[in-house]
Design a protein around this ligand. Structure first.
Ligand SMILES: [Zn+2]
Length: 96
């Protein structure tokens, strides 16, 4: 459903909440390999998560929001601490 409507793939919707004027999709990444957004290495150790909200195109008169808990991890190859790659979000990285 998410993929068909919004072109988001690789995630599954864990919960859909229908509020008065808003639809909220809570999504999780499918359990394949998180990848480093800098070097593409799959050698990423996850540590904590960051909650992010994304605005999607409204459906009818309802606003649509995507809630996603983005895991952060450290790349074993280039030692950058990053969010794992999210195709629809800009990566936030901190070189250490
Ligand atoms: Zn890397």
């Amino acid at each position: 459903m998410l993929y068909r409507a919004f072109g988001i793939s690789g995630y599954h919707c864990v919960r859909t909440e229908y509020l008065e004027d808003m639809v909220v999709f809570r999504i999780e990444q499918k359990r394949d390999t998180p990848r480093c957004p800098v070097c593409g290495s799959a050698w990423v150790t996850a540590h904590c998560c960051e909650d992010r909200w994304f605005r999607l195109v409204p459906v009818g008169r309802k606003l649509v929001r995507l809630f996603f808990r983005i895991p952060r991890g450290e790349c074993g190859q280039c030692h950058v601490t990053c969010q794992v790659h999210v195709p629809f979000a800009e990566p936030l990285c901190a070189a250490e």
